[in-house]
Design a protein around this ligand. Sequence first.
Ligand code: SP5
Ligand code: ZN
Length: 321
Amino acid sequence: MKIVYDSFHSTYRPTKEIDNGKFIENPEKPERIDAIKEALILHGFDNLIPPSRFPMNYVYMVHEEAYVEWLKAKSSSISDGEEYILEVFGYDMCFDTGTPILHNTFEIAKRAVDVTLTAASIVELNANSVYALVRPPGHHATQNLCGGYCYFNNAAIAASYLIKKGTERIVILDLDFHHGNGTQQIFYNTDFVYYISIHGDPKIFYPWISGKESEVGEGAGEGFNLNLPLPPRADWEKYSEALSYAIREIRDYYPDVLIVSLGFDTHKEDPVGKFNLEDEDYARIAKQISKLKLPTLIVQEGGYNPKANASAAVKFFSNFE
Ligand code: SP5
Ligand code: ZN
């Protein structure tokens, strides 16, 4: 397993967000990712690759110029130590109050894109699986809005990169606890990318605005968007039904590359997600995915308990070929 990792992420430390009108601690912290890195190294995964730099045009394949410019200008207007949280919806290009802008948000979000594109470029050269161990996450970021701790949609940018390089069919399998509203939006009307997501039912859980089974894609994309919402406290018994269904869909579609948006906020010890998966279940998930024998790019999304992230990641990658 090749892992692409950039230690620079640890300089990015948002501290707060607004939930229910109150400031709460922001759980999207460096420790989430570093706990995974340390645990994987301890278990013999020592193939850590630093990112190369990629030009901004790959970001522009997914995100609107006005949004990218806004994020850049907003970041540089914030002084070191300050955090800006959305004030005026529709003026600020963010859809929630959980996604602060710091002085280095733009730079760090671009570095996460570089990590993901480096991983994508290795998959392209025929490695069977590569892990982009990144933060901040990406799957909530839409064409022109940040949200859910996400600024640039790492997985969507990787998919667009691979398509530009000649890959014709891609599946993005999103296993984060939350629906990837951004990734769905970006590819909703195209059949190049088939988006499949298993997540907490948006009638109850963030992001609320998307993730229903009835969202199947439109135009050329009709039939290339599959949402599999699950109830609170779903355990392996419930989860595995949805996963088996998703795996069958992927096998039938037979993509050239599989991208997995992997969130460990499905773990029962996660403070944000509300599923009941256990360490051993991540071994089962990995086995089912690697049985597909597809070139696979795994992109880190959520997961907010560093200890649970670490044990889930060790189980996952020890069982992934
Ligand atoms: C990438 C990712 O996992 N983003 C997740 C963002 C989740 N934001 C949490 C929203 C919290 C909702 N709080 C519910 C109200 C209970 N007080
Ligand atoms: Zn999540």
